[in-house]
Design a protein around this ligand. Structure first.
Ligand SMILES: [Fe+2]
Length: 167
């Protein structure tokens, strides 16, 4: 696609976020399966289910805007899964692995949030359909909450006792 207007840029970024959310369903699945710290497992499982809803909301955004729901490959999202697999290969200790999984999850949320912030700034500039804006804001808000939850997991008692074992 040619990128000449703010609308083109919006669609380009929307396709990238769509790709990212779809990738994250699988990445969160892998994180949930591998993690052993219970609040982390629960957090990944809940957010995986939310992410399925995020994909559906983005499909609704494409629909509302009369655009084809197409993905644009964003290698930074692929790298998150590679990083998770590197944690499996490089760390033997469960506590270390859980800490690394938490960091991968937090990077994923920050990456998504950057995408939504960019989309919402553009949405404002191009006076985007209100329903589409609402859907994007719902996804952003849930990703913000997921990030906050992952941050609080690494301050929780169970996580700290894992880390204490390393000291
Ligand atoms: Fe999301």
């Amino acid at each position: 696609m040619s990128l000449d207007t703010a609308e083109d840029l919006f669609e380009y970024e929307l396709r990238g976020v769509y790709y990212g959310e779809r990738q994250l369903v699988d990445t969160l699945d892998e994180l949930q399966t591998s993690a052993t710290e219970s609040t982390l497992v629960g957090g990944f499982a809940d957010h995986r289910d939310e992410t399925v809803t995020h994909v559906e909301r983005l499909e609704r955004v494409f629909d509302v805007l009369d655009l084809e729901p197409r993905e644009r490959n964003v290698p930074t999202f692929d790298a998150l899964r590679e990083e998770k697999r590197a944690a499996d290969a490089d760390a033997d200790d469960e506590a270390v692995q859980n800490a690394l999984y938490n960091h991968v999850g937090r990077k994923a949320e920050r990456l998504e949030l950057t995408g939504y912030e960019g989309l919402l700034a553009l949405a404002d500039a191009i006076d985007l359909d209100r329903e589409a804006v609402d859907l994007l804001e719902q996804n952003r808000d849930e990703d913000e909450a997921a990030l906050a939850e992952l941050e609080s997991v690494s301050e929780g008692a169970e996580f700290e006792s894992f880390i204490d074992r390393l000291l």
